[in-house]
Design a protein around this ligand. Structure first.
Ligand code: HOZ
Length: 424
């Protein structure tokens, strides 16, 4: 198998053979599948297989792989020049479009990834409030900046690493952690430490402990507590921004964060990120203010070209109801297949996102997510892979339905799931 051969070569020169840990398949067993191309909902592998892809580069391929208009924008931008390390016209249009689509974002700074967006948001929150502590939630993942690796989700969670080595005790001590979906825990923490907390950061809908949906009133409750205590509220919408509508989730539900972090989702598959929010906070950034942030590739013209075209297509075509409908049908079909097979399964779903948790559920927080049987998940992952369906290779991740998934894809998913679950 070509993938296995590539992985053997990779392990000699790349730590663990991968450039991002979840890809190593350590959590499902076996060796990673190497992707060589993708069109619409399908990817082809180095082994010559065609798979229906529900990982979608972890969210940003809302229009599917290689949407022609996006590819053409990348090609045209690259012909004009791949990087200038200087101002370019398109970054202005991109910033204007983000501010138009997300009213809580009055000003925006483009960066290169969600991790960078979060780093910048935290620094801004500390600079603006003059406070040092940040509150995050158990199992939420905000990229790999040091202080956010405490009790983090995604690859750390799946790998059983509660906090990364190499993060100083001093840095970890700046992060408070409480369970997600528990306003009382937040209120209690603010009672004892409210004067030190610069910001609450949250994935408004969590994708990184598997998909976990906020309880009614939870995000509004966070807003109220932050406001009452002079702390900022940061929504990490690296997964949810433009995934549920052509705006942020905060805007959909009418809860206004002070800052919003966006990531790969605004790049149409190219590396990009952004942090935006209230003007008086954003104006603290250098060169206007004293909070420093910089980057040669920030606002890279090729990434911006791809993102602009994708965001404009999303605005025009509004594919969200269709994605939600397909995702619900997939999740219902999966749930029914599990019932028939006698497998304990709770399929979380929200818009075009889903996670099959292998436990009875419901899953409202990390403690409940951890009830999932990861061995059953691994068996399901491989059963689906054999049937030509590619899912995120870890239990504690969200999967994605794109606008390019067809009704036939969903039918095929359900049929494959029925067979995979019966043989578990
Ligand atoms: N941390 C990402 C999932 N939430 C995985 C990134 C990747 O492996 O590409």
């Amino acid at each position: 198998m070509e993938s296995a051969k590539l992985f053997d070569r990779a392990k000699k020169v790349i730590p663990g053979g991968v450039n991002s840990p979840v890809r190593a398949f350590n959590y499902v067993g076996g060796t990673p599948v190497y992707m060589v191309s993708g069109t619409g909902s399908k990817v082809t592998t180095a082994d010559g297989a065609t798979l229906t892809d529900y990982c979608g580069s972890w969210g940003p391929l809302i229009l599917g792989h290689s949407r022609p208009e996006v590819v053409e924008a990348i090609r045209a931008a690259a012909l004009e020049g791949t990087s200038f390390g200087a101002c370019t016209p398109r970054e202005v249009t991109m910033a204007e479009l983000i501010c138009e689509l997300v009213p809580s974002i009055e000003m925006v700074r483009l960066v290169n990834s969600g991790t960078e967006a979060v780093m910048t948001a935290l620094r801004l929150a500390r600079g603006y409030t003059g406070r040092s502590k940040i509150l995050k939630f158990d199992g939420c993942y905000h990229g790999h900046t040091d202080s956010m690796l405490v009790s983090a989700g995604s690859g750390l969670l799946t790998g059983g690493i509660s906090s990364s080595a190499g993060v100083s005790a001093g840095t970890s001590a700046e992060t408070f952690v409480v369970p997600y979906n528990d306003l009382n825990a937040v209120a209690a923490l603010f009672k004892s430490h409210g004067k030190d907390i610069a910001a609450i950061i949250v994935e408004p809908v969590v994708g990184n402990m598997g998909l976990v949906v906020p309880a009614d009133g939870y995000l509004k409750g966070l807003r109220d507590i932050a406001t009452k205590n002079g702390a900022l509220l940061i929504f990490d919408e690296v997964i949810t921004g433009f995934r549920l509508a052509s705006t942020t989730y905060g805007n959909i539900i009418g809860v206004t964060p002070d800052l919003t972090c966006l990531g790969k989702i605004i790049g149409g598959g190219m590396p990009i990120g952004a942090v935006g929010g209230k003007g008086d906070i954003m104006r603290q950034l250098a060169p206007l203010g004293k909070v420093y942030q910089a980057g040669t590739l920030s606002g890279n013209p090729v990434a911006v070209a791809a993102g602009l075209v994708m965001l404009n297509i999303l605005k025009k075509e509004n594919p969200y109801a269709g994605m939600t409908e397909k995702c619900n049908r997939l999740a219902d079909g999966l749930q029914a297949a599990a019932k028939t097979a006698g497998v304990s399964l709770c399929c979380s779903r929200f818009g075009g996102m889903f996670t099959p948790f292998f436990c009875t559920g419901p899953v409202n927080n990390l403690a409940e997510a951890k009830h999932a049987d990861t061995k059953a998940h691994a068996a399901f992952f491989h059963g689906m892979l054999k049937a030509g369906v590619y899912l995120p290779p870890a239990q504690f991740e969200a999967a994605f339905v794109s606008a390019a998934h067809s009704d036939a894809d969903i039918d095929d998913f359900i049929k494959s799931a029925q067979a995979a679950l019966i043989s578990q």
